[in-house]
Design a protein around this ligand. Structure first.
Ligand SMILES: *[C@@H]1O[C@H](CO)[C@@H](O)[C@H](O)[C@H]1NC(C)=O
Ligand SMILES: *[C@@H]1O[C@H](CO)[C@@H](O)[C@H](O)[C@H]1NC(C)=O
Ligand SMILES: *[C@@H]1O[C@H](CO)[C@@H](O)[C@H](O)[C@H]1NC(C)=O
Ligand SMILES: *[C@@H]1O[C@H](CO)[C@@H](O)[C@H](O)[C@H]1NC(C)=O
Ligand SMILES: *[C@@H]1O[C@H](CO)[C@@H](O)[C@H](O)[C@H]1NC(C)=O
Length: 378
């Protein structure tokens, strides 16, 4: 008898403990703050559609053409709305402090009610202004994804600078595919904890981002920067030298023309879909030493010819080189590749390269090279 009583008490205590623990999973203050976000990001508490199966080629931020495509039932897997916001589909909390650490609000401007029809319509595809104060309660936030939400600016003209004093753990910020103009750059330059910043596909048209980039380069922890799909910034490469901590830079489809010579302390550089004719990584330029660390270079879809190999020679640590969709023609002399002792991957899709002509000293290359993707366009 005593035993059963005791056991019952233990069980009840365990249940209470469990519940207490669960409630701790979502701080009341943060739960309220999340509910305040819900009118702006309606699908925050369910897995309606995160668009992850969409690729950019289907997505046109101007006409939102994909929004009228049918969505298949299997993709719509709605999660029950839970009072523990840490269980919400687009929220992640720290298991130790129970506080919100990640908010995946990319493509969350979709109406709840319309989900059960075959077509998903956005709540409001019109431009709107974000109130950054809504994020102030999330003091332990590390990642914030706001991709593809039609945001054009901030209410009261107060941008991310407002978050700088409180959100000092914020490391990843994704603002891609919105309508921000280059004034966002200044607004972001106070977020000193940022390590990764994605600004691809915003609306810097007709602006001069040089001053903004100068301010942004004060982010001394920034390692990954994506400025792709801005068909205007042709002229910013010298500004990028100031980003001393940068390891990965994407400038795809940026209208970069002619000669590209920027010397940055990078490991990865993505320059696809521009109109670059030559690369100025001159071996005589002492500045070039700063690119010695480059391991991944993607310059596909430019106007380079086979002379590119000699200009790349100073990049002796390259592991992966993508030269697809350029004007490479005829044979490639293996000796031209000799400088790349660590090359593992050479991608040459849709070039008119006819053959690889061997020569002495080819051993280096074939010791490391494990892939050549090589596809002729005729
Ligand atoms: C939203 O961001 C997360 C983190 O990068 C990613 O896993 C997810 O696929 C993204 N969804 C979209 C639609 O980009
Ligand atoms: C922005 O959000 C904060 C916090 O919810 C609120 O106090 C403030 O009134 C909002 N400002 C505007 C202009 O909506
Ligand atoms: C850039 O956006 C801000 C905020 O929306 C706005 O106040 C400013 O007028 C815009 N600047 C230009 C040049 O459009
Ligand atoms: C690039 O910028 C420099 C000065 O910052 C300017 O003199 C030059 O005309 C610009 N070139 C182009 C193509 O915009
Ligand atoms: C290859 O490109 C370089 C740099 O633009 C140019 O100087 C050279 O004339 C080109 N060679 C051929 C065969 O087109």
């Amino acid at each position: 008898m005593e035993y059963w009583k005791w056991l019952k008490m233990v069980v009840v205590a365990l249940i209470m403990l469990g519940e207490g623990w669960r409630n701790e999973g979502c701080l009341e203050e943060e739960r309220l703050a999340l509910f305040q976000l819900k009118p702006f990001f309606p699908s925050i508490d369910s897995r309606i559609f995160d668009g992850s199966w969409l690729d950019r080629s289907m997505y046109n931020p101007i006409i939102d053409s994909w929004l009228d495509r049918p969505i298949y039932d299997s993709i719509i897997e709605e999660k029950e709305t839970s009072s523990d916001c840490c269980e919400w589909e687009k929220v992640e909390c720290s298991s130790i402090t129970g506080r919100v650490t990640h908010l995946f609000l990319n493509l969350t401007r979709f109406s709840h009610d319309l989900v059960h029809s075959y077509y998903i319509k956005p709540v409001n595809i019109e431009y709107w202004y974000l109130n950054t104060s809504l994020f102030l309660p999330f003091e332990e936030l590390q990642s914030l994804f706001l991709r593809g939400n039609s945001i054009v600016g901030f209410v009261d003209n107060q941008g991310f600078e407002k978050l700088s004093s409180k959100l000092n753990k914020l490391e990843i910020l994704d603002l891609s595919d919105n309508y921000f103009n280059d004034s966002i750059l200044t607004s972001l330059s106070k977020l000193s904890s940022l390590k990764s910043l994605n600004l691809a596909g915003n609306n810097f048209i007709g602006s001069n981002p040089i001053d903004g980039l100068k301010r942004l380069s004060k982010l001394k922890n920034l390692e990954i920067l994506d400025l792709s799909h801005h068909n205007y910034i042709a002229n910013i490469s010298s500004q990028l030298n100031d980003f001393s901590s940068l390891k990965s830079l994407r400038l795809q489809d940026c209208g970069l023309v002619g000669k590209f010579n920027s010397f940055i302390n990078l490991k990865e550089l993505y320059l696809g879909s521009n109109q670059i004719e030559s690369l100025g990584f001159s071996s005589y330029d002492k500045e070039q030493l700063r690119l010695n660390k480059l391991e991944v270079l993607d310059i596909s879809g430019n106007l380079l010819n086979s002379s590119v190999f000699s200009s790349l020679a100073p990049l002796s640590n390259l592991k992966s080189l993508d030269l697809s969709f350029n004007n490479l023609k005829g044979p490639i002399h293996i000796e031209d590749l000799n400088a790349f002792s660590y090359l593992e991957k050479l991608i040459l899709l849709f070039s008119e390269v006819t053959e690889f002509v061997p020569s002495q000293g080819i051993l280096n290359l074939f010791l490391t090279l494990s892939f050549i993707y090589f596809l002729r366009n005729n």
